[in-house]
Design a protein around this ligand. Structure first.
Ligand SMILES: NC(=O)C1=CN([C@@H]2O[C@H](COP(=O)(O)OP(=O)(O)OC[C@H]3O[C@@H](n4cnc5c(N)ncnc54)[C@H](OP(=O)(O)O)[C@@H]3O)[C@@H](O)[C@H]2O)C=CC1
Ligand SMILES: N[C@@H](CCC(=O)N[C@@H](CSSC[C@H](NC(=O)CC[C@H](N)C(=O)O)C(=O)NCC(=O)O)C(=O)NCC(=O)O)C(=O)O
Length: 600
């Protein structure tokens, strides 16, 4: 999976609203009271199966044929083929389906046949993350990193009799074999959970019926988890462009590639192809990459990538692609034409995969970019139809789809109405060097809190002293001047995703700067910098202390709670910090333009 974007808004404390955040928070929740009464019978069955694990299947059957009012428009006397029918076996769909089955529900999931490239007729169990996103991308990142490591090794005394050569076809064949293994594993995961897998294209024909290639299946609940697809803007010659699906499965290595876009996918693939020794040009319509990320991190990563040989073309928008007689491609932009590309890749965002699913006909509401609109429990306007993952265009990341899928299963089949928790979502960009981050950027922290202490460390890592390469590492903390809470923690440098995952636990648990100061470093590591930053690089104070406007706002928030669009104070986290972390994920939402919290 890849769940979604960088058109990230500047957060404000006003009522200005991000469409995506609005989606996330403004929907009126069908009262938990209207959740299926079947929940109580399921909960009973679950207890039965817990005490007698081997009675699990028996329990499931009894549940699936039970005729109980579902409170979701289901006919109480009706028999359904399944309690849950899931369309799409990606991260969110697999998670929801197998958890629901473990909770005693009878579950089917339909998915298209396996292919490395998605289309209207091909997909595969595992979905975007496993087959066309996170996993193959990371494998290619691993492949490409060796080039830098070979270079680093020289300063440590390594000599190669011949230059290491890379064999593209070995990499792609091994990667594809791994994808086939993984799709097999995911099929087993489903069958071990007693989920029925149906191969084919699902289309909703009524609120309780799915048509899979002409065969009808009825279900008490339908879950749509079909993900998204790469989006290429229509410009003359766009048929010559490749997207990320194709870029992960090219028959030959690009000699010279143009990558259009400055988001996650663009910077990750720029690193991949650069490491594998292609000549890489990145075209961004902004001044710099990764809109929505911390400004210093954006500058730093772009500078480091440029030092490794990637050429950035800032403020250049694509206008046309022309194919020459020799097969080479030219990219025409607002600033001129660059010739001689073997490949032109567009990494210009992804769109929800909602075409031809029958959604609008049954009353499901779609947003302007085709995303399914859902409430805080991932339920659509049609009470029996639910959606999770990238198809809802909330926070388009695999772990979020997993969380949403797990929450649905609990809500429907464990009698535990569960809202996904979007606070302090950490994320990484597997650029080279990679980025890890959790919480607010400096810009967001200042916007939300006013008085913020910024700690930064920009250093030459130990490894670079002998490698002689110009590699540096950048780390940054945003600390609330009033509460001492760590509002944001960012790192760009080797291993930063691995390092930040650990710190994200602490940030979610309410990490303060004092906690960091009292922690002993592990020496010598890059990570120890986070516990040895003693002096703020700068202290930002929005108002003179006596005027105290921000002070009183923050106090008000603490006393009265915080609202985020449609959420009531009761539903919302009590602390200001949590509210701001809740907003953080919008940096991953492609359609957002602005967002905010308001104080009650
Ligand atoms: N490591 C991870 O967690 C990863 C996550 N993902 C997920 O996948 C989603 C899709 O990634 P990605 O495709 O990079 O999308 P993003 O939305 O992150 O970035 C799209 C980029 O394309 C630019 N762009 C959009 N339209 C045009 C256009 N018409 N002409 C020129 N430039 C354009 C945008 O510019 P502008 O900034 O001006 O809008 C932006 O730089 C991400 O949102 C992310 O959540 C993907 C890969 C890895
Ligand atoms: N994190 C490790 C392991 C990677 C990993 O988790 N690999 C996955 C495949 S890709 S990842 C695909 C993704 N899985 C996950 O994200 C794993 C999630 C975590 N373990 C958890 O339980 O939350 C997913 O779609 N999950 C659906 C679901 O869990 O229901 C796997 O299944 N490996 C088995 C194997 O190799 O034998 C790494 O990066 O090295």
């Amino acid at each position: 999976m890849m769940a979604t974007s960088l058109s990230t808004p500047k957060l404000t404390t006003t009522m200005s609203s991000s469409p995506a955040l609005h989606n996330l928070f403004s929907k009126k929740l069908p009262s938990p009271l209207s959740l299926p009464k079947t929940l109580s019978s399921l909960s009973h069955l679950r207890r039965t199966s817990t005490s007698h694990p081997h009675h699990h299947l028996h329990s499931r059957r009894r549940f699936s044929v039970s005729a109980v009012d579902s409170g979701n428009g289901a006919d109480s006397a009706r028999h359904y083929d399944f309690d849950l029918f899931t369309i799409g076996a990606g991260s969110g769909g697999v998670r929801a389906s197998r958890f629901a089955a473990n909770f005693g529900a009878s579950v089917a999931v339909c998915e298209l046949p396996f292919s490395t490239i998605s289309s209207d007729t091909a997909g595969g169990v595992g979905g975007t993350c496993v087959l066309r996103g996170c996993v193959p991308k990371k494998l290619l990142v691993y492949a490409s990193k060796f080039a830098h490591e070979f270079e680093e090794s020289n300063g440590f005394g390594w000599r190669y009799e011949i230059e290491p050569k890379h064999d593209w076809s070995t990499l792609i064949a091994n990667k594809n074999a791994e994808l086939k293994r993984l799709t097999g594993i995911y099929k087993n995961v489903l069958s071990n959970a007693n989920v029925t897998l149906i191969e084919g294209r699902g289309k909703i024909v009524d609120p309780h019926t799915v048509d899979v290639d002409g065969k009808l299946y009825s279900a008490r609940h339908i879950l749509v988890s079909v993900g998204g697809r790469p989006f290429i803007p229509e410009i003359p010659g766009s048929e010559y462009a490749i997207d990320s699906d194709a870029a992960l499965d090219l028959p030959t290595k690009p000699e010279k590639i143009a990558i259009v876009g400055g988001g996650y996918i663009a910077v990750e693939f720029a690193g991949i192809f650069n490491g594998l020794t292609s000549d890489v040009h990145v075209f961004i319509r902004q001044k710099k990459v990764l809109r929505g990320f911390d400004e210093e991190v954006r500058d730093f990563v772009q500078e480091q990538m440029a030092l490794r040989g990637i050429e950035f073309h800032a403020e250049e928008s694509p206008q046309a692609i022309v194919k020459a007689a020799d097969g080479s491609l030219s990219l025409k932009t607002n600033k001129g034409t660059i010739e001689g590309f073997s490949h032109i890749m567009f990494a210009t965002g992804r769109r929800p995969n909602t075409k031809n699913l029958g959604l609008e006909a049954v009353g499901v509401k779609l947003s302007k970019n085709g995303a399914m609109e859902v409430d805080k429990f991932s339920r659509t306007a049609v009470p029996s139809i639910w959606a999770v993952g990238d198809v809802t265009d909330r926070v388009n990341l695999t772990p979020i789809a997993l969380m949403e899928g797990g929450a649905i299963a609990k809500t429907l089949f464990l009698n535990e109405p569960t809202m996904p928790d979007y606070r302090a979502v950490p994320s990484a960009v597997f650029s080279q060097p990679p980025i890890g981050q959790v919480g607010l950027s400096e810009e967001q922290a200042v916007e939300q809190y006013g008085d913020v202490d910024i700690y930064t460390s920009n250093f030459r890592p130990l490894k670079a002293t002998l490698s002689g390469l110009p590699d540096r590492t950048f780390m940054k903390l945003m600390v609330c001047a009033k509460t001492n809470k760590v509002l944001g923690l960012h790192m760009c440098g080797e291993d930063s995703p691995e390092i930040v995952q650990g710190f994200a636990v602490a940030v979610k648990a309410g990490l303060t700067k004092a906690d960091l100061d009292s922690t002993i470093g592990i020496h010598p590591t890059a990570a120890e910098e986070f516990v040895t930053m003693r002096t703020p690089t700068r202290k930002i104070r929005k108002d003179p202390p006596s005027q105290g406007k921000i002070d009183s706002d923050v106090k008000a928030a603490k006393v009265a709670g915080i609202g985020v669009f449609g959420m009531t104070a009761a539903e919302f986290p009590e602390s200001t910090d949590e509210a701001c972390f809740l907003l953080r994920p919008v940096t991953n939402l492609s359609t957002s333009t602005s967002s905010g919290i308001f104080l009650l």
